[in-house]
Ligand binder design. Structure first.
Ligand SMILES: Cc1cc2nc3c(=O)[nH]c(=O)nc-3n(C[C@H](O)[C@H](O)[C@H](O)COP(=O)(O)OP(=O)(O)OC[C@H]3O[C@@H](n4cnc5c(N)ncnc54)[C@H](O)[C@@H]3O)c2cc1C
Length: 357
């Protein structure tokens, strides 16, 4: 087995799609340490199917130790960083030659795969026992969850409340309309331009809304965007590279503004494009390539990242149908469904991590 003489130390912060792929792509070329508060990567695309079909969850929850063959994983958070080292919530001090920041969204929830499976099973139980389910948020997550429930539990009532004027509004109007019509046909009660009050003014089964009405539901799912995980950077030297939304400003090579050995990837970046997992994976490829080039020669020409010019996306609607906005147009039906809805890119992601599909 070949070993690298005097390997460079690379610290990767965050074990979501961006961090996991960065660590995987770099582990044969340098000494990689991944810091993540979970013992596993959760493939996000499969999360909602797991709620309606719990045995789907196992393949979507991938232990970091299963796909990382050489890199070390530390269970914890990055709490502080200087231009030479990172301090973790477990008190470890990790010097680095290169730093990759991929902390995406704030993490709340279990840190082990076993506990996460139990959490999914309890969500599934709540759903099965409920006559009426409330989904808060009509972005891709809320719409996909409504689709999963409508197909797998057609007898259940689903109310979807969205604060905007149209569903999945990161895509164009045509995609929104197609998703709306499809869900309506499945008897999902969609309420647009309305907000569920999340200030505790309701009770566990009765939710008040911005229009003054109230919605009774046996269970609810909060599908609104999560906060970016960057507050830990504010008091460090990285604070000055954050934009007003708390995202890290990067140059075209995905280096954090003003730093030649610090990169960022995924949802934590301020790149002007939609925040999606397939793009987080592309960022990781560019970051890993550039770190490798800099390791081989510090004055190497770097690879530039080209942001997605026009929003693109496939939103699944249950097991067979999807609405897709692609460069040539927007389509709904089983053809885009073939792209995503069966396996939700889980096998593809596992394969890219070197695992069985
Ligand atoms: C239910 C759902 C379905 C989705 N479906 C799709 C889809 O079909 N297609 C698509 O392209 N995108 C989809 N997305 C969006 C996609 O998941 C995100 O764009 C993607 O996960 C971003 O990856 P990331 O690695 O940047 O961030 P994240 O996935 O947020 O991962 C960040 C990681 O960093 C960790 N972390 C946070 N703070 C710290 C810290 N201080 N120190 C160390 N670690 C930290 C977190 O615990 C987490 O593990 C979906 C999202 C969800 C929630």
């Amino acid at each position: 087995m070949s070993t690298i003489k005097d390997p460079k130390h690379v610290v990767v912060l965050g074990g979501g799609i961006a961090g996991a792929f960065s660590a995987k792509l770099l582990e044969d070329h340098c000494d990689v340490t991944l810091i993540d508060p979970k013992d596993h990567l959760e493939i996000p695309y499969g999360q909602l199917r797991s709620i309606v079909q719990t045995d789907f969850a196992d393949r979507t929850l991938v232990l970091h130790s299963d796909y990382l063959k050489k890199a070390r994983h530390i269970l914890g958070f990055a709490e502080k960083a200087s231009i030479t080292e990172v301090v973790t919530s477990t008190g470890e001090l990790l010097p680095y030659d290169f730093l990759v920041i991929a902390t995406g969204s704030t993490h709340k929830g279990p840190s082990t795969k076993v506990e996460r499976i139990q959490e999914i099973q309890s969500e599934n139980k709540k759903l099965k026992e409920a006559k009426r389910t409330l989904i808060i948020g009509g972005g891709p997550v809320g719409v996909e969850l409504a689709g999963e429930i409508a197909v797998d539990f057609p007898d259940k009532e689903v109310v979807l409340v969205h604060s905007g004027a149209r569903l999945i509004d990161f895509l164009g109007e045509k995609a929104s309309r197609k998703a709306f019509d499809w869900l309506k046909k499945k008897h999902v009660d969609i309420r647009l331009n309305e907000k569920v009050n999340l200030d505790g003014s309701g009770s566990s089964n009765r939710h008040t809304t911005s229009s003054g009405s109230s919605i009774e539901a046996d269970c609810h799912f909060l599908c609104v965007g999560k906060k970016v995980s960057s507050s830990w950077m504010e008091s460090t030297f990285l604070g000055e590279s954050l934009d007003e939304k708390g995202r890290l400003k990067v140059d075209e090579y995905l280096r954090v503004d003003g730093h030649s050995n610090i990169f960022a990837a995924g949802d934590v970046t301020a790149i002007k494009e939609i925040k999606q997992g397939f793009l987080a994976a592309k960022h990781a490829e560019v970051v890993a390539e550039n770190v490798k080039r800099l390791i081989s020669a510090p004055d190497s020409k770097l690879h530039a990242y080209k942001p997605l010019a026009k929003p693109m996306g496939v939103v699944s609607l249950g097991r067979h149908v999807a609405v897709a906005q692609l460069p040539f147009g927007t389509i709904l039906g089983w053809i885009p469904g073939l792209l995503k809805s069966g396996d939700l890119f889980v096998g593809k992601t596992r394969k890219a991590l070197g695992l069985s599909q």
